[in-house]
Design a protein around this ligand. Sequence first.
Ligand code: ME8
Length: 662
Amino acid sequence: MAAQDSEKAAFYITTPIYYVSGKPHIGSAYTTIAADVVARYHRLRGEQVVFATGTDEHGQKVLRGAAEAGKSPQDFTDGLVVEYKRAWERLHINYTRFIRTTEQAHVEIVCRIFQQLLAQDDIYRSEYTGWYCVPCETYLLEADLQEGNCPDCGRPVEQVSQQAYFFRTSNYADKLVRYIEEHEEFIGPESRRNEVLAFVRAGLQDACISRNRAEWDIPVPDDPDQSIYVWLDALTNYLTVAGYAEDEAEFAAVWPPDVQLLGKDILTRFHATLWPAMLMALGVPLPKRLFAHGWWSDETGQKMSKSKANVIDPFEVMDKLVEYSGVRTAFAVDTVRYYLLREVPFGLDGSFSITSLLQRFNADLANDLGNLLNRSLPLVERYLDSRVPDPGPGAGALTEEINRTAESVNEHLEQINFRDALIAIWELIGRCNKFIDEREPWTLHNQGKRVELDAVLYDVLDCIRVIAILIDPFMPEVAEEIWEQLGLTEPGVERSWSDIRPQRLQPNTGIRRGAPIFPRIDLERAAAKLQAGEKPAETEKPDDKMQPAEADKMDRISFDEFSKLDLRIGKVLEASRVPGTDKLLVLQVDIGEQQPRQVVAGLAEHFNPRQLLGQTVVLVANLEPATIHDTESNGMILAAGEQEPLALITTDAEVEPGEKIR
Ligand code: ME8
């Protein structure tokens, strides 16, 4: 996949072109997001990329959809194309070409190909008697049917008896078997390759490639009673995009496709047989790699189908995520992208579960990645005046991990193995978090070990920089946010795969810590809401951190309720770690009472105990006492930060301990 032909200038990747019979859903989004990840990866490597997607607009399925909607086929398809383009934009899909099979230039290429194949006797006319599945737009033989229904979608088929044109697929079966055997990379994953080989070895029937004329289809040249079969038309889109028979230079720069992604439903009968046979007949090189991914079903494992109304809408999922976490819409989109590619190995089937999406959000994004940022950038702010330090001779502790991760992510992405690439990146995130725990920058600061402190924080920031590049193909907006928080906003400081090397971060860069990217979800509350079947609010709103509507959604309390809080000024007299924990400190706080209050607080990851001595704090004095890790706690210290204590709440002038807050 990486190795480009020396004479080929561009990396060419495609998705199937989707039927415009319904709105985009999680299935079409899946293939398109996966293709976008591959395209972004190659762009980051400095390659020119042609990334094509589009819509399949002819055929009975679309014609019937238009009739049901009471629209002309043109109005119907125009409307849905807008929906597709809008959906791809919202999902951060950066395609370079959106092809519609109704484009005049494409129609002309389809006709030219038909004429050429007819002239060279790869197409002939005969009688067709058999079956047709309209939802799949597939001709079927009696022997193909399962209990009289379509073997793919299980729906009833229609009997067809007509004069028709045939393509001599059978002539290419042996050549195709040899080709598949000799080109291991041609079909992935391995299991699908074996299925295709078995199918082709059993021999191929000539394919019926026309139908009695339907108003909306492409007519067969010089035979207006017949329409060109929608699959011949659809597969040709990949050639049209590359400039076939139109622009020789463009075609030479782009052809053959490096990767064609598709679902397993359209591999064996179409992309792995009819398509290569057509190309062989035309004398055009075959695509380098066809990769068929698995099928998403709903939470109960049922195949998604519009008639069952269980089709998953990615935008409804995002709305829920925004509602439950308060995450910005752009990062909710990236979360859905991450979830789809992390949850299930590409190639296998999966069932989409909002609960597991929310769990992954908390565990991988809020905890692992979010925590890394939320705990390290404040340290740089506090100790180093928000500047990237000099690495000094002591830096480079994460060099080996960074190099190893880069190598493994490359390998996995070349193999179209998104899940393992993400696992490798998350191992690096875990390692970086652990490095902070081990080196305790707060202790180094406290001990005045500035050189060591600089080296540790440099390594952490530099590793975060590498992580931002690595996640960029998957989560482009999150990568950009991290980049900005690192202060890498100068023109020309773009993310590039070649910068996945240690110690490329410029000392003295000014970091700009932002709000936490992934606010943690209260999973219990979310589960209760999900169970109540609440429909989330529309997220058609500006991508701001605090939406005006959020204030309305807050649980309000009355003044009487607020008055019940007893908030007091306190002064920290003693502070030490709670034995056996990483996060907890036990503090003795003077709040003007006879005895100091003992309070357990989750401050240990961000504050050194000694740093807190003498600190003025705000204490919730009338909180019920609790025992935390065998230690009595009698009150709560207030700090800013929803997930992590980023800063203590204190006063801007000296106030006596015990003073009430109103
Ligand atoms: O077949 N899980 O279009 P189509 C995973 N026009 N992927 C899914 C999915 C699911 N539940 N549902 C759909 C066509 N897909 C033809 C293609 S190409 C020359 C012509 C994805 O709208 C998957 O990629 O039925 C599948 O192959 C494609 O959508 C089918 O889209």
